[in-house]
Design a protein around this ligand. Sequence first.
Ligand code: ADP
Ligand code: GN1
Ligand code: MG
Length: 358
Amino acid sequence: MEVLHKSVLDNFRLDAEPTSCERYGCGHINETYLVVTATGHRYILQKINNHIFKDVPALMQNIASVTEYLRKSQSDPRRVLTLVYTTEGNAFLHHADDTYWRVYEFVEDSLCLQAPENAMDFYQSAVAFGTFQQQLKDFPAATLHETIANFHNTPDRYRIFHEVLEADVMGRAAEVRDEIAFVLAREKEAGTLVAMQKAGQLPLRVTHNDTKLNNVMLDAAERTPLCVIDLDTVMPGLSSYDFGDSIRFGAATAAEDEKDLSKVTMSLELFRTFTRGFLKACPGLTEQEKKMLPMGAKTMTLECGLRFLTDYLDGDHYFAVHREGHNLDRCRTQFKLVADMESKWEEMARIVEEEQAN
Ligand code: ADP
Ligand code: GN1
Ligand code: MG
């Protein structure tokens, strides 16, 4: 175990001496480690990305208050993400080298999937995220900090894209003309949800905002939801963001960074499956919210592709990359998905109508 990790872990209330600490998981944002102690107890240690999350105390206050709130209606500890506090009673450690760390109980006997193995897994993730939103419907949203300003403000993402494109610091713009044209052609429509929210046509809710399948823990035996993890972006948002980001990631027929675009489509069957679970778990959605679910899927996918493209042009500072052109590969899968959704638009709308009637 690295000396740094040992010195960090010494500050947390673990059940015994840590014996190993290894990199873990497939997140793009935080550095995640699996820690095992002398008794075999497992924890998740995370170095919080404080370049992206500028106000770590505010972020951790959000997570502490949301998890405490959820725990009130839950007796099974595996059903809520559980923070392990420092010996001083804090939810995180600000280490001497100016890094920020937190520890969670490892959710045992669970599955965290990169892709659904069958439609039922995806249905259960819909139930997990729908339930999460439903459980937080009376949470005092005004007490939450905005951990990343304008996180799903798609027009603002375009504003940043234009700035980065103009600067073209890596000289990469010339090789991505097609991708640039793709986003520019959709700029106007991409502002639809934000405009509707501003006009009072869509309500602000407490949402997760990063509803990838690998942010849900399923019970390994039952394959039913245990809890939702990665609460860094829990903030007021739109229901269609949570719905849409799940479709973007989980209804895709290939990985987010697949190079062979012929493998990348949006499965209508999985779209229907997720819609069914989400509507069931989150029954309070307004008519207008339900109608805008397909737009949520398209907007979140386009926005995510735009963010990957922006990061590629900017020199890959935001998302963790593991190979040359990684962000560009990711951007291309997202745009392929958007194009596929456009070709399936009427069917997506029909599926939402049919599923709400059921
Ligand atoms: P990131 O923001 O980088 O995506 P996450 O909080 O999602 O970080 O963690 C990355 C991965 O670590 C998750 O996808 C999951 O596989 C694993 N993980 C995180 N927290 C836990 C936990 N409490 N129990 C088990 N696995 C976890
Ligand atoms: C990041 O943290 P992670 O890996 O679950 C990102 C999401 C993107 C996603 C794309 C805080 O999610 O917004 O949709 O990558 N999270 C943040 O895979 O930016
Ligand atoms: Mg994650």
